[in-house]
Design a protein around this ligand. Structure first.
Ligand SMILES: [Fe+2]
Length: 200
């Protein structure tokens, strides 16, 4: 079994620490968190084929990092771990993003960290990151895998057509399977790491 890259392990550990720091507030999300991080004890394949690539929206990363540095521990440590692997990521746009609101296309970026197209190829878990420029809305979407977002910079979040709710750095958003959800950046960029539990 190949060893996992140290920077990637550091990012995984910091993500787990960020989620577990809020276990008491989000107890309904802890079953999936346990499944994800126990699966990740075994490294997957390391044969990523996607070359690193940045998009225009990545120019907002520095500002997002400044917001994250004001968050509670362990969010500043997670920001550092993320910044260390960011140059290796293949940032891309959401599929069909040209058909969303006109300002969405060049003002958002997503990247897979763990999972197909990421730094470690595997099927059971997908971890990625989403970045939105100030004021930009990430469109309402849903998907079968259960999902947990860890907020690194503040923004507003919606679930099940409810109202937009402000989330601060360190907060979690737990989306049960197929729940509709969306998010919007405030006056600063929105940055969040998301984890999907796909299972076997
Ligand atoms: Fe999602």
């Amino acid at each position: 079994m190949p060893d996992r890259d140290k920077k990637l392990q550091c990012l995984i550990d910091a993500t787990e620490a960020g989620i577990l720091a809020r276990a008491a507030d989000y107890s309904d999300a802890m079953v999936m968190a346990e499944q994800i991080f126990s699966a990740l004890k075994n490294p997957g394949g390391l044969d990523t084929k996607e070359p690193p690539a940045r998009l225009e929206a990545c120019g907002h990363l520095e500002n997002a990092y400044r917001q994250a540095s004001r968050g509670p521990e362990p969010i500043p440590a997670l920001r550092d771990a993320f910044a260390a692997i960011e140059p290796a990521l293949a940032w891309s746009r959401r599929p069909k993003s040209a058909q969303v609101a006109e300002d969405f296309y060049d003002n958002h970026a997503n990247a897979i960290i763990v999972g197909e197209g990421g730094l470690e190829t595997r099927r059971d878990v997908r971890i990625g990151v989403s970045l939105l420029a100030p004021e930009i809305v990430y469109p309402r979407h849903h998907h079968p895998p259960e999902e947990l977002y860890l907020v690194l910079s503040p923004g507003e979040w919606m679930q099940n057509d409810g109202p937009m709710v402000a989330k601060r750095a360190g907060d979690l958003v737990h989306n049960p399977p197929n729940v509709w959800h969306a998010m919007q950046a405030s006056k600063t960029p929105l940055l969040a790491i998301w984890c999907l539990w796909i299972g076997n």
